[in-house]
Design a protein around this ligand. Structure first.
Ligand code: BEZ
Length: 212
């Protein structure tokens, strides 16, 4: 049974490159990104884990804990992390789950048998502080993910969790946002002191509200 938006992210215990973890304890009150990799010592995965490590400060700023999954054992992970640090000029600080028993891959439906019987696809789950699944992405093994896009979506989700707004196509931090259709224009004028730009009664923009 696949996991859908709004479902509770299943908890698990796992052995990782940073020792044993309980997923919920690891997350605490933070947001989380759980993402899978087909296998250790593969080129695309090497660049993906390296890119995530390079962006660690951006995840920290947003209060997001990162956790990777690969179906190889921990001794293999440790050797691979050495290669990632060396070739991608970074230091991987986040844990990499040793899912050789496929428990986490199974819980999160990361093995798609018609793509590969044994390797995980490139899944991404973004989990909110309430432990609900906020975003799912599935990429094929041959296509590396765009980690700036994952940060962009997290920015949108953190903003829209606090304010009655949505973000338009290709939105980036600092750009105008769309006012929820549930808010009447007269109320929007009070709620959004930076102004309301009405293009159509259902399409109204305001400047991005402050994040706090
Ligand atoms: C890679 O990470 O390079 C990769 C992994 C599995 C299949 C194809 C590419």
């Amino acid at each position: 049974m696949s996991l859908r938006l709004g479902d509770t992210a299943p908890n698990f215990k796992a052995v990782t490159s940073k020792g044993e973890i309980d997923f919920y304890e690891f997350l605490g009150d933070s947001w989380g990104v759980l993402f899978s990799h087909p296998a250790d010592f593969t080129p695309v995965c090497t660049t993906e884990l390296g890119r995530t490590a390079q962006l660690q400060g951006e995840f920290d700023k947003r209060n997001v804990k990162v956790l990777a999954v690969s179906v190889d054992p921990v001794d293999k992970h440790l050797g691979w992390i050495g290669d990632i640090n060396e070739t991608q000029n970074t230091t991987v600080e986040f844990p990499l789950i040793a899912d050789d028993n496929r428990i986490v891959s199974g819980l999160y439906d990361m093995i798609h048998p018609n793509a590969s019987a044994t390797a995980t696809v490139r899944s991404v789950f973004v989990i909110g502080p309430d432990k609900k699944i906020k975003l799912t992405l599935t990429y094929p093994a041959s296509t590396g993910r765009n980690f700036l896009e994952i940060l962009r979506v997290i920015d949108s989700m953190q903003l829209t969790a606090k304010h009655s707004v949505a973000t338009p196509a290709d939105w980036n931090q600092g750009e105008d946002v769309i006012i929820s259709t549930a808010i009447k224009t007269e109320d929007a004028l009070k709620k959004f002191p930076k102004g309301v730009k009405e293009i159509k009664p259902y399409l109204r923009y305001t400047a991005q509200p402050e994040s706090n």
